[in-house]
Design a binder for this molecule. Structure first.
Ligand code: XMP
Length: 509
């Protein structure tokens, strides 16, 4: 399989670069700049992309790489910091620019180049830099300029080394995709052999070989990743797969039944639903502190889960829906290599398996969704919004009781139904109801009421690190409010959360 290496120097768009490459049907993987050259040589890459990063190349402590990487005979494309790094490695001069460039800047091409094939002489690019290349290294030609950057692009065609000061991977660069496409197909000679159909076939075949006649156990949460992993494994090994679905009683209305129905009717596997609602209600009784609730839900989840797995005995394989962003070792611009495995489960000491299977560990989220759709997993699961592990437990403020779960599930279901019916759900990244556990006075007929408050929360965001509250049309909010107060017993008031993140978070706990 053709592979492109994205060598990570700590820039914020590294995953975006890899995703863009994959969208062009070429597999890309991200490795930190601390990866030894030997390992890169063994990788058999068709091309290498140096990413951006926040540092200055002249600073001793900045991320650097041995110059030998430029003479492997593998084409290299440097982006932003990666561009300056190439100039520095090849003994050009990089220094603080008299004028920093940030945002959309006009680029003028200076010379014919395969990298810019099909790109007009003048176009707009996205810049974000304070240093620039003052003197181009020997053997390099300037291929593009901007008003404040005499070298916005350069290349040593004979050596297969290309560099751009701007970011071709972001949408603000008008011909960015064309430039990346040129690098892959005209310069690296890729043919484009990365496709989701092939991925499914290849993965199913290799899972069959690896699993043989052994059994596989998978924890199914009803989230996108574990659902798609279950679909793939089911196709590969059928009844040798057992999925364990722990129902904490804290999912959205009817969601547990939907997950069970989907996997028992559409897929060949053993499906175990552990109804642990009462167990969780007991464990949460009287607990009001948000962190304590999270701890209890997490601890009890694994207790119930592993108790169920133990019934099946050790041996065989343990499967997880870990996806690529969970596995990336990122350089993050400093010497320490940070490893994030937050979605990986710790296996208890008394359990042993023949191995761990992570069939989605090469895929980004959108690729996971594409695989899910091809496997026929319903769109409610494939396009499911993020849902916190502790479920409604963190959307009920204060103590969790069965009655509060019922009220919240009913109110949330109405909110979702109305958003779906109007098609407005497509505009939003996430929306849900919260039960803050506050009662307020109302009037119904001639009677005074003193009942629960429901909060509606809806946000738009690219990455969930920051988020805007969504400007939902008033008539839609009015309909949701009317329906909730009329149809959900125990609720007499509905409010809408108009706080962005920061200062608030998306969830209330
Ligand atoms: P916050 O509330 O931190 O949430 O702004 C950001 C995103 O993360 C989701 N979230 C969680 N997801 N386990 C998860 O898998 C959790 O404990 C958890 N808490 C928050 C949240 O729904 C939002 O999309």
């Amino acid at each position: 399989m053709e592979k492109i290496l994205v060598l990570d120097f700590g820039g914020q768009y590294n995953q975006l670069i890899a995703r863009r490459v994959r969208d062009m049907s070429v597999y890309a993987e991200i490795l930190p700049y601390t990866t030894p050259l030997e390992k890169i040589k063994e990788g058999g890459y068709c091309g290498i992309i140096f990413t951006g990063g926040p540092n200055s190349v002249d600073d001793e402590s900045s991320p650097h790489y041995t110059r030998d990487i430029l003479s492997l005979g593998v084409p290299v494309l440097g982006i932003c910091y990666g561009c300056q790094l190439i100039a520095w490695m090849e003994r050009g001069k990089v220094t603080t620019a008299p004028v920093s460039e940030y945002g959309k800047i006009p680029l003028t091409l200076a010379k014919k180049s395969a990298l810019f094939d099909g790109v007009p002489e003048k176009s707009t690019v996205w810049m974000s830099h304070t240093d620039y290349i003052e003197r181009v290294p020997d053997g390099f030609d300037v291929t593009g300029t901007t008003p404040d950057c005499p070298c916005a692009a350069m290349e040593n065609e004979g050596a297969g080394i290309y560099a751009v000061q701007f970011h071709p991977e972001v949408t603000h660069t008008e011909y960015g995709l064309r430039i990346l496409h040129n690098f892959l197909y005209l310069i690296c000679g890729c043919h484009g052999d990365w496709a989701m159909d092939d991925f499914i076939e290849r993965t199913v075949a290799s899972l069959r070989t690896r699993v043989g006649d052994k059994k596989v156990v998978l924890g199914l949460s009803g989230g996108v990743d574990s659902s798609v992993a279950a679909g793939l494994l089911s196709r590969a090994v059928g009844k040798q797969l057992t999925c364990v679905f722990v129902d904490q009683g804290l999912m959205r209305k009817n969601e547990g039944d939907f997950v069970e129905h989907t996997f028992t009717t559409m897929f060949d596997m053993n499906f175990i639903r552990v109804d642990a609602k009462e167990h969780f209600m007991r464990a949460l009784a009287g607990v009001t502190d948000p962190e304590e609730k999270r701890r209890i839900i997490g601890r009890e989840f694994y207790r119930v889960f592993w108790d169920e797995i133990r019934k099946n005995g050790s041996g065989g394989f343990f499967a997880q829906g870990t996806i690529y962003p969970d596995c990336i070792e990122s350089g993050k611009g400093d010497a320490a290599v940070i490893k994030t495995h937050h979605n990986r489960v710790d296996i208890p000491n008394d359990m042993s398996f023949d191995g761990i299977i992570e069939p989605l560990s090469e895929l980004f989220k959108d690729e996971v969704r594409a695989v899910g759709e091809k496997l026929g997993i319903p769109s409610e699961l494939v396009w499911r919004q993020p849902f916190p592990g502790p479920g409604l437990g963190v959307r009920i403020i204060g103590e969790v009781t069965e009655e509060k779960v019922r009220i919240l599930q009913d109110a949330d279901a109405i909110f979702r139904e109305e958003m779906k019916n109007t098609g407005y759900e497509k505009e939003l990244s996430q929306f849900f109801a919260v039960l803050p556990g506050i009662r307020s006075v109302g009037v119904m007929g001639d009677h005074r009421t003193y009942e629960q408050l429901i909060v509606l929360r809806a946000v738009t965001t690219d990455d969930f690190m920051t988020a805007d509250w969504a400007k939902i049309p008033y008539d839609l909010l009015a309909r949701v409010s009317n329906r909730i107060t009329n149809e959900v017993a125990g609720v007499n008031r509905v409010v809408y959360d108009i706080t962005s993140k920061p200062p608030a978070t998306v969830e209330w706990e």
